[in-house]
Ligand binder design. Structure first.
Ligand SMILES: *[C@@H]1O[C@H](CO)[C@@H](O)[C@H](O)[C@H]1NC(C)=O
Ligand SMILES: *[C@@H]1O[C@H](CO)[C@@H](O)[C@H](O)[C@H]1NC(C)=O
Ligand SMILES: *[C@@H]1O[C@H](CO)[C@@H](O)[C@H](O)[C@H]1NC(C)=O
Ligand SMILES: *[C@@H]1O[C@H](CO)[C@@H](O)[C@H](O)[C@H]1NC(C)=O
Ligand SMILES: *[C@@H]1O[C@H](CO)[C@@H](O)[C@H](O)[C@H]1NC(C)=O
Ligand SMILES: *[C@@H]1O[C@H](CO)[C@@H](O)[C@H](O)[C@H]1NC(C)=O
Ligand SMILES: *[C@@H]1O[C@H](CO)[C@@H](O)[C@H](O)[C@H]1NC(C)=O
Length: 434
């Protein structure tokens, strides 16, 4: 123990000297390693000794190791730098999902950690605290994650000064981004690669300027009250992998022509005003695993080339105005969820290739303009299926809505299906389908 402690003291002394000699940020303020440890300790005290009785004892587990007998670099959730010029400084703090329950005040000592590069407080309960504008002091921040942590109010101007930010996640809080606006945010924080603001009230359009973010990897703006037209050029950004704009009913948009080099993996537009056709060129999105276009205003034929997207596990195109015949999607063998309901496809029976999608666990094919009167036999070969909806077709029976649980056992009055696979028994209701 003793040599270890000596070593630590030595390191602390060294880093203290560094702090004195080299560490000064642009405003001239600097902070030593010991001051950082002390700031962390005071932050702990402010959380465990706060007034709110309902919060008492929360989060105490993580703080077991936050003990002044040891250097704060060894405390759980704290990361220090090994780099020559930052040596020993606290550069990372991850207190995500620790059941912390407290109010964050604007004078919190957290903002004395001037060397912090990553801060993750996601998944806690900060009781409708505002995000203090003093966060602007953390000029070195590259990654800030305050998602699902009970913050509320207007996102402060101070955030515009975090010029190094490449990853920002404020999702799942009752926050507003009005003044500053989304436009102000992206005008100042041009290094952003991940922008996750789902659930934040933005109430504006998406700035065209964002199409200039050639490093953008992930844009999640679900349920942000976005309006006007989404700049299609954003979909062509070379590094973009994830785009989620779901549940913005006033947001219009359409697909650009896609070219060969896209890295898009997830495109989630359900519940928006996106319209137009799906072009043949969608087959260029060869990394696509999730395509969700439900309840938009797409129309036209489903292109045959959709069947080239063989990595798809989730395909939802229900609730649009697609017409024509549905091409075979039998090559999409990784599909787990398939939703086709509520389109205006040509009249016909349920396609038999559905029975070959052996990994399907959810199948939504109601209101498809089919003329089959019998429950299709191929359902029996879909052994992983736990949810199927086939209502509003011409079936003589409706299938009960089955809950998503893999151990569901279905009862059947239809002998042929029951015999095909004894584990797979469907409960049919004899009722005229509306
Ligand atoms: C700090 O940790 C040491 C060793 O685990 C323990 O003996 C001591 O009681 C702790 N102190 C506090 C204040 O928790
Ligand atoms: C923050 O922590 C959560 C939970 O541990 C994790 O899922 C998330 O990826 C982290 N955020 C960042 C930006 O690393
Ligand atoms: C922050 O301000 C409150 C009063 O609003 C005060 O009680 C508390 O001691 C202050 N904390 C620090 C670390 O200065
Ligand atoms: C935006 O960034 C500039 C530096 O480019 C900075 O001077 C300015 O203070 C920032 N805006 C706000 C509102 O913080
Ligand atoms: C994007 O960048 C180009 C060139 O760098 C510039 O001409 C254009 O005005 C920028 N677009 C927007 C919307 O700012
Ligand atoms: C799609 O797959 C077919 C063969 O199934 C192939 O002929 C065609 O070139 C593919 N298209 C693209 C764009 O990959
Ligand atoms: C359903 O429609 C298709 C295509 O029009 C036709 O070939 C088939 O015989 C019809 N089936 C029934 C049961 O009416």
């Amino acid at each position: 123990m003793a040599p270890y402690m000596n070593h630590l003291k030595f390191l602390q002394t060294i880093s203290f000297l560094y702090a004195l000699v080299t560490v000064k940020n642009v405003t001239g303020s600097s902070v030593s390693h010991d001051e950082e440890c002390s700031a962390l300790f005071q932050f702990k005290q402010s959380i465990i000794h706060q007034d709110d009785a309902a919060c008492a004892a929360h989060g105490s587990q993580v703080f077991h190791s936050w003990n002044t007998s040891f250097d704060c670099c060894s405390w759980e959730g704290v990361a220090c730098s090994n780099d020559h010029d930052q040596y020993g400084h606290v550069i990372g703090l991850d207190l995500s999902e620790r059941s912390l329950c407290a109010h964050i005040k604007s004078n919190t000592t957290l903002f004395n950690l001037l060397h912090l590069q990553t801060l993750n407080l996601s998944g806690n309960d900060f009781g409708e605290s505002q995000i203090p504008s003093e966060i602007a002091r953390l000029k070195q921040l590259r990654s800030l994650d305050l998602s699902y942590s009970g913050f509320s109010g207007q996102i402060p101007n101070g955030i515009l000064q975090l010029m190094q930010l490449s990853s920002l996640d404020l999702s799942g809080n009752s926050l507003k981004l009005h003044s500053p606006s989304l436009k102000n945010l992206v005008q100042n924080l041009t290094l952003l690669e991940e922008i996750h603001l789902s659930g934040v009230d933005i109430s504006s359009s998406v700035p065209h300027f964002l199409a200039n973010f050639s490093s953008l990897r992930s844009l999640k703006l679900r349920d942000c009250s976005l309006g006007n037209e989404f700049p299609a050029a954003i979909l062509e950004l070379p590094k973009l992998q994830v785009l989620n704009l779901a549940d913005n009913t006033n947001l219009a948009g359409s697909f650009p022509e896609f070219h060969g080099k896209s890295l898009l993996k997830e495109v989630i537009l359900g519940g928006t005003g996106f319209f137009g056709i799906i072009q043949e060129s969608i087959s260029h999105l060869k990394h696509l695993t999730v395509l969700s276009l439900s309840y938009c205003s797409f129309s036209g034929r489903i292109p045959r080339s959709l069947s080239n997207l063989t990595q798809l596990t989730y395909l939802a195109i229900g609730g649009n105005q697609f017409t024509g015949s549905l091409p075979s999607l039998v090559s999409l063998s990784k599909l787990d969820v398939l939703e086709l309901s509520g389109n205006k496809f040509e009249k016909g029976c349920f396609p038999n290739w559905l029975g070959k999608l052996g990994k399907l666990s959810e199948l939504y094919v109601s209101d498809m303009n089919t003329n089959s009167t019998e429950i299709p036999l191929f359902l029996a070969s879909l052994t992983k299926l736990s949810v199927v909806r086939m209502g509003k077709n011409s079936l003589k029976y409706t299938i009960m809505v089955l809950q998503p649980h893999p151990t569901n056992i279905f009862r059947s009055s239809d002998e042929s299906i029951a015999r095909t696979n004894s584990k797979h028994i469907f409960q049919l209701q004899k009722s005229p389908v509306p």
